[in-house]
Design a protein around this ligand. Structure first.
Ligand SMILES: Cc1ncc(COP(=O)(O)O)c(C=O)c1O
Length: 376
């Protein structure tokens, strides 16, 4: 049985994108590859409204996070880290590993940080702020635009945003939101296989790079910047993935940003309405929830782990469970990337069908019908 991915990464890869990544191999020191690399970097630069340069790394998203820590900061630098979930913890681990002087703002998992909390942690010595846009382990969306707007304008402070599950879902503009480094991964809203990280840098960040001795060798923004502005990569890149990524960017350009955000808000509303109608309790408040993932507790009759397994093996639907302290407590359904309204309706109906195993009147539940009304 084909298993449909409703996980917050990897997400389904459409055929056109798979095909773009399955072309005969070309050499990375060729004109043809330079053109593809340039097209991908240019498209992403426009997509995230970046005034500096976009760099691609052949790694998962965490490699992009590590490259930012090792290239923009020096040991002992004061950084503020927002920790509201598993990926906030990753910033903490990275900052500790590279011996930065970190101040952690702990946020209750599932909640978004309040901009006032961030501002009050920043001092004149703070050299960086590390945060997730969407904390995908909990489904919370931190208010990046409001935080960026409130940050001290003149201070040499790098606003580093992990947008691995947020770019292509939410309205993020590096210029408007004063973002200096924006990290993304190929396997989420960009509908590609895993293996590519992107780091988009502001002009201010490029200036910082010239003043910092990078701690990393492979994950060096300095080294990649030098190569990629010349149409090259420092090392052998994931050529096939870059071809697929370029095809994905073209698809997103066709939909347009406004169309994309409208679709994401609709999918979020469909999922939240359906779950409420069907007796699930939602983990995030309406205000804090991301548009790309819906997170909920299963109804009390349902044993979560067994249900998720049964959905996969008997119904061909793969949902994600909780991570870290949320393991066994919540489940997450992704509706980003190639998951459209039709796919989500199938998923919501499949969930209702599967619940019939647990309580006899579950099939009468009206969640998917309410969601269907929204797409008529
Ligand atoms: C918000 C966020 N940050 C970081 C990561 C880590 O990315 P990767 O697993 O691609 O290294 C993920 C992946 O799920 C994520 O969702």
């Amino acid at each position: 049985m084909e298993v449909k991915l409703f996980t917050p990464g990897p997400t389904p890869v459409p055929k056109e994108i798979r095909d773009a990544g399955a072309q005969p191999m070309i050499h990375h020191r060729s004109e043809d590859f330079s053109k593809i690399l340039k097209a991908a970097r240019d498209s992403l630069k426009t997509f995230c409204d970046c005034d500096g340069e976009v760099l691609l790394f052949s790694s998962s998203g965490s490699g992009g996070m590590e490259a930012c820590v090792t290239s923009l900061f020096a040991p002992g630098d004061e950084v503020v880290v927002v920790e509201g979930g598993k990926f906030g913890e990753r910033w903490v681990d990275l900052a500790k590993h590279y011996k930065l002087n970190l101040k952690v703002i702990k946020v209750e998992w599932g909640k978004a940080v309040r901009p006032e909390a961030v501002l009050s942690a920043i001092t004149p010595n703070t050299r960086g702020l590390l945060i997730q846009a969407c904390e995908s382990s909990t489904g919370a969306y931190h208010p990046i635009s409001q935080i960026g707007e409130a940050l001290p304008k003149a201070q040499d402070l790098m606003f580093v945003v992990d947008a691995i599950t947020a770019l292509g879902v939410h309205d993020i503009s590096m210029v408007r939101d004063r973002i200096d480094a924006l990290i993304c991964g190929s396997q989420k809203a960009f509908m590609c296989p895993p293996g590519l990280a992107t780091v988009s840098l502001s002009v201010r960040a490029i200036d910082r790079l010239s003043k910092v001795q990078p701690m990393g060798f492979y994950f060096s923004l300095q080294r990649e910047l030098k190569a990629q502005v010349k149409g090259q990569t420092a090392f052998t890149p994931a050529i096939s993935l870059i071809c697929a990524f370029q095809a994905a960017l073209s698809q997103l350009e066709t939909i347009g940003k406004e169309g994309l955000f409208k679709r994401q808000k609709l999918l979020q509303k469909m999922a939240r309405t359906a779950f409420r109608e069907d007796g699930f309790s939602l983990f995030n408040s309406d205000e804090d929830a991301t548009w790309g993932i819906t997170v909920a507790h299963a109804p009390k009759e349902v044993e979560l782990k067994a249900w998720l397994k049964m959905l996969k093996t008997e119904h061909g639907m793969w949902l994600a469970g909780g991570q870290g302290e949320l393991e066994g407590k919540i489940f997450r359904i992704s509706h980003m990337g190639a998951i459209g309204a039709k796919d989500l309706l199938w998923g919501l109906e499949t969930i209702e069908t599967s619940l019939a195993n647990y309580y006899p009147n579950a099939r009468d539940r009206r969640g998917s019908a309410a969601a269907r009304e929204m797409v008529k």
